[in-house]
Design a binder for this molecule. Structure first.
Ligand SMILES: [Mg+2]
Length: 104
């Protein structure tokens, strides 16, 4: 099966509301492991924590993939690119302001 076929299958099987709920649940699980990462630091993390982070990232990516597919992959991809470009623009504007403080 392709990724899109998986996504359609799960949405058909469980319904979009259940998948939205699952996405929220998986994002919460990722938040939990990431707060542990920040609280304990990378050096003190044992392999189990790193495996947990990878597992939760994979879960969230799978759920985001489904929601993106359902709501419109092309629109999400377009907006994602626009936001990346806008962030770069803001960084460059800030750097320019900092290197030319009289002009700001
Ligand atoms: Mg999970």
């Amino acid at each position: 099966m392709t990724e899109k076929e998986y996504y359609q299958y799960f949405i058909d099987k469980f319904g979009i509301n259940a998948q939205v709920l699952m996405a929220i649940e998986e994002m919460s699980e990722l938040s939990n492991v990431l707060t542990k990462y920040l609280r304990f630091g990378e050096d003190s993390l044992d392999q189990k924590y790193k495996e947990n982070i990878i597992e939760e990232l994979a879960d969230v990516k799978n759920m985001i993939g489904q929601l993106s597919y359902y709501f419109g992959d092309n629109d999400v991809a377009k907006t994602q690119k626009e936001k990346l470009e806008r962030t770069i623009l803001r960084i460059k504007e800030k750097e320019h302001e900092n290197s030319n403080p009289k002009n700001s």
